[in-house]
Design a protein around this ligand. Structure first.
Ligand SMILES: [Ca+2]
Length: 596
């Protein structure tokens, strides 16, 4: 974990009370990169606007003209970008239809709600998922008329999840692109509906928008298209004509590798364009009915798709072209338009799909549940809260078809850290600005260690805040000691942290800390265990003191010395986190940090 002779302090938190806070919800204004257009004034959003949430399916970030891809034809989406806010760094919190849709409804990470993947769902989720607060349920309680059309793909049916009106819907994850088998209303009976699937959904959305309930408002319209998810085709001839006469090479987006076996970009782009056309019909209906003036429209891809990059999602991959923590799997189109929102604002804030649920509630003036991990993006645009990074998970560690590759990741527009559960698999750090293809893993690159420490600290804080069970992954998130609940130092050094810790009455660190490599339990030294740290002074089952022992006897490293008068405390990190967390002023967080 650390080089010989280095000091590793298993800890990372600083205190707001010590004047060093940089809390995850800190009040610092949004730092807008120079390339980003920004407004100096806070947007004034209309009171209780209608909300239309349009979900595209397996929609890569760059399958969008406004993303800089000249090959794909998306005039309607590009128009939304001109009319609203385009979050071009948006990522999903989990890259698959089933878990992400449960997250969008419940505001919770997959590891919390239990829909881990299409193949792994915690027992009883169908009965319990929508017993929790949901976006639709909370809006309904607040007087919104809540309507669903299109792809659902959540374990309980929509009427159990807060929807008043269930129109034409697809319970499952996918369907044919023409003459699909769909369900009408509160039913589980499928019937074949003639026509193109995207048009059927748009037709039904239009039927609602032209009705009395829409005019009465306010409403939530949850509109799930199935494009451009497999099978990509058939699409209408007028859509096919958009790409006729162009070579496959011409249809690759800029930046897509030319040396991989690419998936079917022609039909994928057709599917995007057909969706774009149908979205245009929805937006036109909003204008024709006068609803546009009081309606916020969100376009969000539910996950990306690798389309053959890194050998993933190629021609024979079926639907398994996502799940992974790389850019084309995680990044999606995310555009918001509506009254009072900025127009033509291109934002590089590292927003997440997890931010949509609280943003919807905030737009409606509804308090956001404390358990929700996302951020109100309207407040972020106004500089009222900070959006510094996005977090990503894959929590299905059992399904062979997804590689049994559970991970956590933290991403900024500049960098990404991926931590795999598998201890044999190297973690990954990428400089996204210099290396957007994520070709060079910088995890062991000496100049990158400062960035690595920073991202680890951010991930640690988030995992602690969300009580992420991945804290118990052996050998990954072992051992650290932090102080305070409100914030952390992005790069705490041993000296600075030891100095601050020494000001606490409860606990003092020894001046030297010896790293302990390998798996948990972690090990750290404290010079004194005071009576007001009862769970350490009177150790419990897994938090216990052990006799002092020269470090070189364990490690054979002569440079490590047991500090005189210090005690060792051996602990399993997640239990220690819990024990220390009870103290109020002391919280344990994962990840070792190298000392100065
Ligand atoms: Ca999807």
């Amino acid at each position: 974990m650390a080089s010989e002779g280095s000091l590793v302090l298993m800890a990372a938190l600083l205190l707001s009370t010590l004047g060093c806070a940089l809390g995850p919800r800190g009040p610092r204004p949004v730092a807008a990169p120079a390339a980003v257009a920004s407004k100096s004034t806070a947007p004034a959003v209309s009171s209780r606007p209608n909300l239309v949430v349009v979900l595209s399916d397996d929609h890569r970030w760059d399958a969008l003209g406004a993303a800089g891809n000249p090959a794909v034809h998306t005039p309607v989406m590009d128009g939304m970008v001109r009319d609203g806010v385009y979050f071009r760094q948006a990522t999903v919190s989990v890259s698959q239809c089933h878990p992400i849709r449960a997250s969008l409804l419940t505001g919770l990470p997959a590891f919390r709600h239990g829909v881990y993947s299409t193949k792994l769902v915690a027992p009883g989720v169908a009965e319990t998922l929508c017993k929790r607060p949901t976006v639709a349920g909370l809006l309904k309680q607040a007087g919104y008329h809540t309507v669903v059309v299109g792809k659902w793909h959540v374990p309980p049916p929509p009427w159990e999840c807060g929807f008043d009106e269930v129109r034409t819907w697809l319970p499952e994850g996918g369907s044919t692109f023409r003459d699909p088998e769909l369900v009408h209303g509160v039913s589980h009976e499928h019937e074949t509906v003639p026509g193109f699937t995207q048009e059927i959904f748009a037709d039904d959305a239009l039927a609602f928008l032209h009705g009395e309930a829409a005019q009465a408002g306010p409403f939530l319209l949850w509109l799930g298209f199935t494009a451009p998810h497999l099978p990509y085709e058939p699409n209408p001839e007028r859509i096919e004509a958009l790409y006729a006469g162009r070579s496959d090479e011409e249809l690759l987006p800029p930046g897509f590798p030319r040396d991989v076996q690419a998936n079917d970009w022609r039909h994928y782009d057709e599917a995007v364009s057909h969706l774009d056309e149908q979205l245009g019909r929805v937006l036109a209906a909003l204008r024709e009915t006068g609803l546009a003036e009081r309606t916020v429209v969100v376009l969000l891809g539910d996950n990306g798709y690798m389309m053959g990059e890194r050998g993933i999602g190629g021609p024979d991959s079926g639907a398994n072209g996502k799940q992974v923590p790389y850019e084309s799997s995680l990044r999606v189109p995310f555009v918001v338009t509506g009254p009072g929102l900025p127009k033509g604002l291109v934002s590089d804030l590292p927003v997440s799909s997890m931010d949509l649920p609280p943003t919807l509630l905030a737009l409606a003036g509804i308090p956001v549940p404390d358990s929700w991990t996302g951020r109100d993006l309207v407040a972020a645009l106004a500089g009222k809260l900070e959006v510094r990074e996005a977090f990503v998970e894959w929590s299905d560690e059992e399904s062979q078809s997804f590689g049994r590759l559970a991970f956590r990741a933290v991403r900024t527009p500049a960098h990404k850290l991926i931590v795999w559960k598998d201890p044999a698999r190297s973690d990954e750090l990428y400089d996204l600005a210099a290396d957007p293809a994520e070709a060079a893993n910088l995890i062991a690159d000496p100049p990158a260690q400062e960035v690595l420490r920073d991202l680890r600290s951010r991930l640690a804080v988030w995992m602690q805040r969300t009580a992420d069970p991945a804290l118990s992954w052996p050998g990954k998130f072992w051992a650290c000691l932090g102080i305070g609940r409100e914030g952390f130092a992005p790069r705490p050094s041993f000296q600075s942290l030891a100095g601050k810790l020494s000001r606490l009455r409860s606990l003092q660190l020894c001046p030297r800390v010896k790293p302990r490599g390998g798996n948990s339990p972690g090990l750290f030294y404290v010079s004194r265990l005071r009576r007001d740290v009862p769970s350490l002074a009177a150790p419990k089952r897994r938090v216990r003191t052990v006799p002092a022992q020269p470090a070189q006897e364990r490690s054979g490293r002569s440079s490590a010395r047991q500090p005189t008068g210090c005690a060792q405390v051996r602990f399993w990190p997640h239990q220690a986190a819990r024990e220390l967390g009870r103290l109020g002023s002391v919280t344990c967080l994962p990840f070792p940090l190298r000392a100065d």
